[in-house]
Design a protein around this ligand. Structure first.
Ligand code: ATP
Ligand code: MG
Length: 270
């Protein structure tokens, strides 16, 4: 079966997109799922978090989007997950990617460049995860057009819902015009602080409003997850026993279950 493809998106900055993409990808790989992580952010944080130096790339996602390299030429195996049977490949990114935003404007099929590039390798993987930048830009659009589903990480704080409707509207437009396959798989509560009453309130609101679109797994705030990238490792590799790592390992199982159950294919609503 060819890969299930998920974009991790939220135009808000610093909400845990990259941490989620890197740790979910590594956890899936450790569960024996062949996984490709696509870094669609010029910050290159997911690339670094998988132990690949963004300053020393050959071809990257930039060349792939512009048709200057194929995906199989540009992908790299992550050295961070070296369990015998684990496959974690990365289509890396660095600052060069910022130029693609402008250079793609006049290119044919500008929103579906990634989708077309991925077609070459989808049989090589069980999962493809796309780390989107904090914007609703052409890069994010490429992520949404390539995906079967969107995972939206969010912090349970007062402003969490603000901006969510922009994202949901964008997803609806992409669903209507560019990618009829696209579904919102779910909202993932991250950096969760169980001691805060506000957190509990917002979390309950999310469940009320979005029902089973809210993932069961909750990712706690955990400093080990924040420390891991400076060692070029996903948190689930760096300190597997830490609370945050355990949560991402559980989230990977929830994703595997949802995919096996055939996730909710209704048109995106919210
Ligand atoms: P950007 O919008 O810039 O791409 P992002 O949405 O990808 O950001 P991250 O880079 O994953 O967000 O996380 C932002 C910061 O919060 C990072 O320093 C990260 O290490 C930290 N962080 C993320 N999740 C957790 C967590 N569960 N516990 C503690 N720290 C976390
Ligand atoms: Mg990020």
């Amino acid at each position: 079966m060819s890969a299930r493809i998920f974009a991790v998106a939220n135009q808000k900055g610093g909400v845990g997109k990259t941490t989620t993409t890197v740790n979910l990808a590594a956890a899936l790989a450790l569960s024996g799922k062949r996984t490709l992580l696509v870094d669609l952010d010029p910050q290159g944080n997911a690339t670094m978090g998988c132990g690949i130096d963004k300053r020393a790339l050959g071809a990257s996602v930039y060349q792939v989007l512009l048709g200057l390299a194929t995906l199989s030429q540009a992908r790299r195996a992550s050295p961070a997950v070296d369990a015998a049977a684990a496959v974690l490949d990365v289509l890396p990114a660095n600052r060069e990617l910022a130029g693609a935003e402008v250079e793609l404007v006049d290119v044919e099929y500008r929103e579906t460049r990634l989708k077309r590039a991925l077609a070459e390798v989808t049989d090589d993987y069980d999962f493809v995860l796309i780390d989107c930048p904090p914007s609703l830009s052409l890069l994010t659009l490429n992520g949404l057009c390539a995906a079967h589903g969107v995972i939206i990480p969010m912090q349970c704080e007062y402003y969490a819902l603000e901006g969510l409707s922009d994202l949901v509207n964008t997803i609806k437009k992409v669903h209507a015009n560019l990618n009829a396959d696209l579904a919102i798989i779910g909202l993932l509560r991250v950096m969760y602080d169980p001691r805060s009453t506000l957190t509990a309130q917002v979390s309950a609101q999310l469940e009320q409003h979005f029902g089973d679109k809210v993932f069961r797994t909750i990712i706690p705030r955990n400093v080990r997850l924040a420390e891991a990238p400076s060692f070029g490792q996903p948190g689930v590799v760096f300190d597997r026993a830490a609370k945050g790592a355990a949560a991402y390992l559980a989230f990977a199982q929830e994703m595997i279950e949802r995919v096996a159950a055939g996730f909710d294919r209704r048109a995106p609503t919210a």
